[in-house]
Design a protein around this ligand. Structure first.
Ligand code: LLP
Length: 415
């Protein structure tokens, strides 16, 4: 249920036609559905209801404060990787006590700020980080709550750039070292051990890697218990993959049914950190065809959005569906859908069969996650607007950047 569907021949987000959004706000822009975002979060929360749990939305997927605010109102926790993300959560009304802080390179100033606002826990990724955190907390006369992110060495079977739970990856602490790092942590005066966890990768479309990883982490929890270290929470990282093309990820219920039995007799709060599956299919990138251009080899649909606005196709060769906003009864042709940026890698989709004319509107589907957040101003293209649809109301939740704003903070040398 994406809330993004054709009504007759026209694509709508909830009750608003995307062509009217283009008229009001111009293109390119991101358009999100409130209902889709909320129902995706609630689906996890309800599926896990039998066990004590906290769904911590991964802010990196879509960090607009309106999106964070919607989830905060539902009671969501948040998974953050920087102080920038923490400040967004606070600004959006999120509860710092429900924030978990991941990342391999946490700075002392970031630790201080996170301790000051009282986050739920630091997901510690190295022994060195643990030492720094202990010092920072000591200076503040506090105890820092921690969970060590272990690397369970499980192959998530996803794209190598977004697979994170293998030994060759930079994340977490190797399983073999985890016990001794916990023992060190237990002796530190300003560290409070509250849990353990892992994150093995993103866009997972099967349950097996999640289950394998969880079993390994639970085995560690048992070893720790035997050493007198009792944990309160276990964090199994990011959420389910989504359907971009023809993937069939597990349902929320299947996810819960695979995971909860493993936790049934344990007094451990389950934390999950889904991002993509909350917002991915709740959003589209709306763009206009500037030109249709052909040579002997190929036809190009040149649109006004580019790799700087949506990087996934260029960066991961990711396939995202491209559809016309209005279905027309004209000849179909195969196009590479490309943007204005001066790079051959600037494409949103290749070899797409489309019935389109110059001036038509297109959407790139599944663009609500890792879309705007990964965008840049490359080629001095201002960052685009974001619009949130709530039933029959459209809200501009981030206005288009201006050319002046592109140069904010820059200066020329004195004469
Ligand atoms: N927790 C941690 C520690 C993470 O590193 C991530 C994602 C998540 C949670 C959220 O995972 P999700 O539920 O979204 O799968 N830019 C890439 C995805 C990078 C994911 C990075 N970490 C893409 O566009 O596919």
């Amino acid at each position: 249920m994406t809330q993004i569907n054709y009504r007759k021949n026209e694509l709508f987000v909830e009750d608003i036609a995307l062509s009217s959004i283009a008229k009001t706000y111009n293109t390119p822009c991101y358009v999100y559905s409130r209902k889709a975002i909320e129902s995706n979060w609630l689906a996890y929360d309800q599926a896990l209801a039998k066990h004590d749990h906290l769904v911590c939305y991964a802010v990196k997927a879509n960090s607009n404060i309106a999106v964070i605010n919607l989830l905060a109102r539902l009671g969501s926790g948040f998974d953050i990787v920087s102080i920038g993300e923490l400040e967004r959560v606070i600004r959006a009304g999120g509860d710092p006590a429900k924030v978990v802080f991941a990342g391999v390179a946490k700075r002392a100033d970031e630790m201080r700020r996170a301790l000051e606002v009282g986050i739920r826990c630091f997901n510690v990724e190295s022994e060195q980080e643990l030492e720094r955190l202990n010092l920072v907390a000591a200076n503040m006369d506090l105890k820092a709550p921690i969970s060590i992110r272990v690397n369970p060495d499980v192959d998530a079977g996803t794209h190598p750039y977004i697979s994170t739970g293998l030994k060759e990856n930079k994340f977490g602490i190797a399983m073999e070292q985890a016990l001794s790092v916990y023992q060190r942590a237990a002796k530190m005066n300003n560290i409070e051990i509250i849990g353990t966890g892992c994150h093995i990768g993103s866009q997972l479309t099967g349950m097996e890697p999640f289950v394998d990883a969880l079993k390994r982490v639970l085995h560690l929890a048992d070893q720790l218990e035997a050493e007198g270290i009792t944990l309160k929470q276990i964090d199994i990282g990011g959420g389910l993959g989504i359907c971009y093309n023809n993937e069939v990820p597990p349902t929320h219920q299947e996810y819960a049914d695979a995971i909860l039995p493993l936790l049934a007799d344990r007094d451990l709060t389950l934390l999950i950190e889904p991002g993509r599956s909350i917002v991915g299919n709740a959003g589209v990138l709306l763009t206009e065809v500037e030109y249709l251009k052909s040579n002997d080899e190929k036809s190009f649909a040149i649109v006004d959005a580019a790799m700087n606005d949506l990087m996934r196709p260029s960066l991961y060769n990711a396939w995202q569906n491209i559809q016309p906003v209005v279905i027309k009864d004209i000849t179909e042709q195969e196009y590479d859908v490309v943007g204005p940026v001066c790079e051959t890698g600037d494409f949103l989709g290749r070899a797409r069969s489309l019935k389109i004319e110059q001036g038509d509107l297109l959407v790139v589907r599944s663009a609500g996650a890792y879309g705007f957040t990964m965008s840049s101003t490359y080629n001095s293209r201002p960052r685009i607007a974001e619009i949130l649809i709530d039933t029959d109301q459209a809200h501009l939740i981030r206005r288009r950047e201006t050319i002046d704003e592109l140069m904010v903070g820059e200066s020329t040398l004195p004469k």
